[in-house]
Design a protein around this ligand. Sequence first.
Ligand code: NAD
Length: 523
Amino acid sequence: MIRSEARRFYALRKARPVAGKSNGPVDRLVEREEHHPMNYVTQADRMLIGGELVHASNGAFDLSIDPATEEVIGRVPRATVEDVDRAVRAADAAWPEWFALTPLARSRAMRDFGKALRARSEEILKVEVADTGNTITPMRGDVGFSVDSLDYYAGLAHELKGQTIPSTHENLHITLREPYGVVVRIAPFNHPLMFAVARTAAALAAGNAIVVKPPETSPLSAMILSQIARDALPPGIFNVVTGDGRTVGNALVQHPLVKRIAFIGSPQTGRAIQRAAAEVGVKHVSLELGGKNPFIAFPDVDPERIAEAAVRGMNFAWQGQSCGSTSRLLVHADIYDAVLKRVVEKVRAIRLGDPQSPDIGMGPVNSRVQLEKVLSFFESARTDGARLMTGGKRPDGPMFERGFWVEPTVYADVEPGMRLWQEEVFGPILSVGKWRSFEEAVEKANSTEYGLTAAVWTNDVNDALWMVRKIRAGHTWINGSSAHFIGVPFGGMKSSGVEREEGIEEMLGYTETKTINIMLPKG
Ligand code: NAD
C-alpha cells in the first residue's frame, strides 16, 4: 500500500465503529472530514418509486458501513410494506405503456440507460468498493458488464417471437409472448449494482417493469442507480426499494400483483421465497443460488497452470464471495504435491489491504455475519482434521484490528465427510482434495448438494468431455474457470438453482405464452 493510501486507511479507522453492517434507524450520520471520498454517498439516500426519489414513508433509515473499517459510509431508506405496495403498483401501472413501445424504442431507452450508467461509473465504483469490500480492479468490470447486458438484451428485443404451429390445415394456430408485467429482482451482496442492472435487462427488454430489492449489507450503489434510472427511464419502469429481506423482500414476493420473482442468493433464502410465494399465489420463481464448485485437475497438465487457474478461479479479489468460486480443487494424486505447493505459494502472496488500492489482492469480507461464518469454518476444519496450509485466522497487525478481515486460506486433504467439503463458505477458503481414478473424481465432484459450476483441466479432449458430461453442474469449463460470457446461459443444477440467466432464455423466461387459434372459414 502506498503511503498516502495507508494514511487515509488509518484515518478511516478513527471514526466511530458500529456493531454490524445494518444498524437500524438513525436520525443523523457520522460527521466526516470534508475531503472524505465517501461524503457524497450520504447525500444519495433515496430509493426510486414511481419515478420519484423518496425516503421511506415512516422516515426510517438503515446505515451501511465500510467492512474494511466498520465506519458508517451512508444510509438508505428502510422501506415499509406500504412503500413496497406503492412501488409494485407504480410498476403495474407503467408496464403496459412500456410494452406498447416498439422493440426498437424500448431498446433505445435501455441503451440510453446504459450510457447514463457508464457516465457515472467511477463514482459507482468507489461506492461499491467501499460498501462491499471487493477490490477495485476487478470491480471495474461490473458497470461495464451491466452496460453490455443492457446492450445485449436491447439487441434481442426483436427475438420475442411466437410460433405458428401446423396443428390443423383448416385453422391458424399461433403463439405470442407477453410480459408478466411486474418483475421483482432480489439481489445478494457480492455484486449489488451488477445484479440490479445486468440481471434486470432481460426483463426490461421483454416489456416488464422492475422492482429491485438490493442487499441490506451493500445497498449504497442502488441509491446512485435510483438517480440514474429516474432520469433515463419512464416513471415506474424501474423501481428500487431498500430494506431487509424478511420485511421488504417478503412483501415483494407475496404482493398479489407480482407473479414473476427472480432471485439470486443462498439456497435457504431461495427455498423460503418459494414457500412464501406458494403460500399466497401461483408464481414463477427463478433461483440462482450457491455453489461448492469442483475444479478437477488431470495429471497431464502443468502444475503451474493448474495452480494459477485454481487460485484465479477462487475469486480472492472479492474474498471468495462468489457463487462460482472453485472452492474444491480436486487434483490427481500424481501431481497433488506439486500443485498444492504452488497453490499455497500463490495464496500466501495475496496482499490484504485497502480494497480501493489497485495493487491489493484481497479486501475484507462483506459483513460481521460473513466474518463469523468464515471463522466457524476455520474451527470445523480443525476439528474435522483438514490440513491447514496457509491462513486459517484473522490477519495480524493494527491495520486489521477493526474491520471484517480474514486471511486467504488453503486446506489440504479435504474429504467428502468434512463440513468444508459439503457447505458453501462464500469466503476465501480453498479446499484441496485428491483423486486417483476417473470414477473417484466424478463421485467426489458430485458428492455435495450443489451443482452450479465445474472446471475440468486436461489436454485430452475425450477425457475432458467424458468428465464434464458426468458432472451434475449447470455451467462448466474445460481448461477454464469462473468466467461468464455474455449470451451464454448461466445457472445451477441440484440445490444451486432453477432456470438459466445471461442468455436469450432468460429474456424469454420473463414472458408468458399466449396461444391464439384463428378458426378460418372452410373453403
Ligand atoms: P441471502 O440469501 O442471504 O440474501 C440475498 C437477498 O435475499 C438479499 O437481498 C436479502 O435481503 C434477501 N432476502 C433475505 N431473506 C428474504 C426473504 N425471506 N424474502 C425475500 N428476500 C429475502 O444471500 P447473500 O448472503 O446476500 O448472498 C450469498 C449467496 O448468494 C451465496 O449462497 C451465493 O452463492 C449466492 N449467489 C449466487 C449467484 C448465482 O448466480 N448463482 C450469484 C451471487 C451469489
